[in-house]
Design a protein around this ligand. Structure first.
Ligand SMILES: [Ca+2]
Ligand SMILES: [Ca+2]
Ligand SMILES: [Ca+2]
Length: 839
């Protein structure tokens, strides 16, 4: 009866097909104005597991507010819980429906989930051909997850009873014995049960047949009705700060056919149109550079004729300085774009852009606008990432002295989390779980996690040396004392910070070569429940060496029976050892007069690593890092040549580089450019042909998207590629200015500083008028940031959505700052200054 009314009502609405508001579009998702329903356009991947970017998802009035619609095995799945594999996906345009088949291989459990447009919303049905495996009864259910920050300070109704969504999780949990637990990834556990053999099950906030989320807010209103079992509302943050609000229905035991049947109606606002995003540089512009804002528009929006630049005056008045006609760029992914060229505005001053009734933040134009933009990254972000040091900033201790108990030899034959593993042998002289001395020195926390990721260390040290050699950065605003392992931010100590950071990275790389004999995969945690640590890294272990003769949690004051020391992962990875050789050879130059002894050691180990890899057989291209081996070997040859001047290295470089350029030009062009000043003149002319081919790829980008930079589509957003691309252009511009122009360099920072899709926030936390204030660092649970961190940026979600959430820091692919991009950002900012204001 109710259904008929809905049907009748919908049929009366003009323009809707078959009485359904949602229709399947060409990109195979359901669409209505203000609402998209994605059904496994994005799938779970087996690397980071549940990234909160897969399954059935809602994009509600432009914001992705729901994810993870799927059959799941726990009430509030965490990142490392089992994920279903999608074994088929059938799009039925006649029925206006999509059906997917899901499988849990380990549990031999198959299900089908269908989503069909119906009335003002859609129906979700879960069906089984075989009853639920007995073991999964009470565990398996259909879940969908709602973004907490989208529902903060909002309410819900469950069967007419009102409730408020909690800002902080404050529900109840129940303790259950381990035997009832559905195993997480590879038998690891995210829960530290202190040896008690138990786990936690969150209890629902509410239960009933009909749930309304955000009845007060038409942009967020969603009504869910269950035809059979109860709807249970959970708060996933009870177990993990990055959890979402979960709505689920249990799958009943012993049944086949339809086992879950929900009717979902997200409200939409009539004629809703997304507000335009005016992309521009929040850090401002140099008078001499091109200045083009990119305006991102809803496809239903109509482009206004003009935009203007308004100058802000010291007396508080504002005057229009410039107005011009906008250029329609056309469509890119889901939006329409227009460009606003105000390059002719060159006077020093403060300005904002006005488009329609919108006015942007105020930004400067001036020769000095980029002079200091890298300071916070070197002054604050890198010091906070420093491992094996206590780090203070004025009254705040960012973290105590961590990992004095580094590190134990990882046992062989393991498939670990975070992309770590061990081969069938340790490749070292150490027994499994034996303490390897000497590793508790130097290094940086790689990212928002606390492991030493050697590959990124090599990149960061290499990048720092490039910055040192090309720009002679002579800043000193940080106190760094290796003797007492103490760092104090905003405290000059008479030593150049960049050299101190090169020293800090080199100390760790040298220690690996010295103690282990080669560059290790990294130093990471034995337990998954340590890995997801939030807050002060020094509290992650007890900082006492592991002593197997003591019981867990027992200590003799010097050692401890708790197996919490980090593990050293020691598979042999030639590309990594070559990268270490390159970084060490480069660092030995930078450290020559700063730390003579370390400089000598660095070169010695660089040569040793080189020789040992030259004598090893090369791994197949398919092996880990195999495709990078050529580039890493070539880079090591170049750095060793620059440092030693020995011909054998330049010959090896020359023997490798051309093949690399022929097979993967974009990956290797920057390396080739770095060699120009060190190679004979004919090298430069031979390279020119490749630079011309590379030029065409830059031109192609200008047609691919309105920003003219490479926008990545991987599971980790692409700011690193944008920065690397701009650096490559800078290195090439130096030798081939007629082929690669200065503007090809400037576009990268312009994009980073706010001229990008989704929003116009600067992607460098704390830099520019309006910048990222919630990033995925050690303080992410505080919805905060570490100044100077550069986030990955806009994440591509299939088929046409770019996203960088600012109200939710926990999506690492969007918001996690890592050492390699931050080091490269310092280089690029200095490069851009050098180009604009003279080398
Ligand atoms: Ca890591
Ligand atoms: Ca200093
Ligand atoms: Ca310990």
């Amino acid at each position: 009866m109710r259904l008929n009314n809905v049907l009748l009502l919908s049929l009366l609405c003009a323009g809707t097909a078959f009485g359904q508001k949602l229709r399947l579009n060409d990109l195979e998702y359901f669409e209505a104005r203000g609402l998209n329903v994605l059904v496994f356009s994005n799938q779970y991947n087996g690397f980071f597991f549940d990234e909160k970017t897969a399954g059935i998802e809602l994009i509600h009035h432009g914001v992705r507010t729901a994810t993870g619609g799927a059959v799941r095995l726990s009430p509030t799945p965490e990142q490392w819980d089992q994920i279903p594999a999608m074994t088929s996906r059938v799009v039925d345009r006649k029925k206006n429906s999509i059906e997917v088949s899901l499988r849990y291989n380990d549990e031999d459990f198959d299900s089908r989930v269908s989503v069909a447009a119906e009335g003002d919303g859609f129906r979700i049905r879960v069906s089984l051909d075989r009853p639920l495996p007995v073991k999964l009864a009470g565990h398996a259910g259909f879940n969908i997850e709602f973004l907490p920050s989208a529902y903060f300070e909002k309410t819900y109704f469950m069967d007419g009873r009102g409730g408020v969504f909690p800002i902080h999780p404050s529900g109840n949990a129940e303790v259950r014995p381990d035997r009832e637990k559905i195993p997480q990834f590879n038998g690891y556990s995210t829960f530290d049960d202190r040896g008690r053999g138990e786990f936690l099950v969150p209890q629902p906030l509410a239960a009933g047949k009909s749930l309304v989320l955000a009845p007060e807010d038409s942009e967020r209103y969603v009504k869910i009705q269950s035809a059979a079992g109860d709807l249970l509302l959970y708060d996933g943050r009870m177990l993990a700060q990055n959890g979402w609000f979960v709505v689920r229905s249990l799958i009943p035991a012993g049944k086949t056919g339809t086992v879950v049947d929900w009717y979902v109606v997200p409200k939409t606002i009539n004629e809703w149109t997304r507000k335009p995003v005016i992309g521009f540089s929040q850090a401002g512009y140099h008078p001499a550079q091109e200045k083009t804002a990119v305006i991102e528009l809803d496809r239903n929006d109509s482009l206004l004729e003009t935009a203007s630049v308004i100058r802000v005056m010291p007396d508080g008045s504002a005057v229009e300085k410039f107005r011009t006609t906008l250029r329609d760029w056309g469509r890119y992914l889901r939006y329409r774009y227009a460009t606003f060229d105000f390059s002719s505005v060159k006077d020093d001053g403060l300005y904002y852009i006005r488009y329609g009734d919108q006015q942007t933040e105020t930004f400067p134009i001036g020769a000095d606008v980029y002079r200091d933009v890298w300071h916070t990254t070197l002054d604050i972000w890198f010091p906070v990432q420093m491992d094996h040091m206590l780090v203070r900033e004025a009254y705040r201790i960012w973290h105590g002295l961590p990992f004095r108990d580094d590190a134990l030899q990882a046992p062989p034959n393991i498939r670990h989390f975070d992309g770590y593993w061990m081969d069938s042998t340790t490749n070292t002289k150490y027994r499994p779980l034996e303490h390897i001395p000497g590793l508790d020195v130097g290094g940086w926390f790689d990212a928002g996690d606390f492991d030493i990721e050697t590959a990124h260390h090599c990149t960061a040290v290499m990048s720092f040396v490039d910055t040192w050699e090309q720009f002679g950065v002579d800043r000193d605003q940080t106190f760094i004392d290796q003797q007492t392992r103490y760092v104090d931010i905003h405290h000059p100590d008479g030593e150049l910070d960049l050299l101190q950071q090169i020293e800090h990275g080199t100390l760790q790389l040298v220690a690996q070569q010295k103690s282990v004999g080669f560059a290790v995969r990294g130093i990471n945690f034995p337990h998954l429940y340590q890995y997801h640590h939030l807050g002060d890294g020094s509290t992650l272990t007890d900082n006492l060496l592991y002593n197997p003769r003591l019981k867990p949690y027992e200590s003799d004051g010097l050692t401890s029976g708790t197996l919490d020391d980090r593990w050293v992962f020691t598979p042999r990875i030639p590309s990594l050892n070559y990268s270490s050789a390159a970084a060490l050879a480069a660092a030995s130059r930078a450290l020559k007069s700063f730390n003579r002894a370390l400089s000598v050691e660095a070169l010695m180990y660089a040569l040793q690593a080189w020789d040992s890899e030259q004598n090893n057989t090369r791994p197949p291209a398919g092996a880990f890092g195999g495709r990078f081996t050529g580039n890493a070997e070539c880079n090591a040859a170049l750095q060793l040549f620059i440092t030693t001047g020995e011909k054998r290295f330049s010959q090896e470089f020359d023997a490798l580089i051309w093949h690399l350029l022929d097979t993967a030009l974009a990956w290797n062009i920057a390396l080739a450019a770095k060699a120009v000043p060190h190679m004979p003149a004919e090298y430069r002319s031979r390279l020119e042909k490749y630079v011309r081919v590379y030029r065409t790829s830059i031109e192609k980008l200008a047609h691919e998207n309105p920003y003219g930079v490479p926008i990545g589509t991987r599971g980790w957003a692409g700011n690193y590629e944008v920065v690397s691309w701009s650096i490559a252009n800078y290195l090439l511009n130096r030798w081939y200015p007629d082929i690669i122009g200065k503007e090809d360099v400037y576009r990268g920072l312009n994009y980073l500083f706010g001229c990008h899709p989704y929003s116009n926030l600067s992607f460098v936390a704390g830099v520019g008028t309006h910048s990222k204030k919630r990033t995925y660092g050690s303080n992410r649970a505080d919805f905060s940031f570490i100044a100077g961190g550069v986030v990955p940026g806009v994440l591509f979600l299939k088929p046409d959505y770019l996203e960088n959430k600012e109200d939710w820091p926990f999506l690492w692919g969007e918001n996690e700052c890592v050492i390699d991009i931050c080091a490269d950002y310092i280089f690029l900012a200095n490069a851009q200054n050098a180009l604009l204001n003279g080398r």
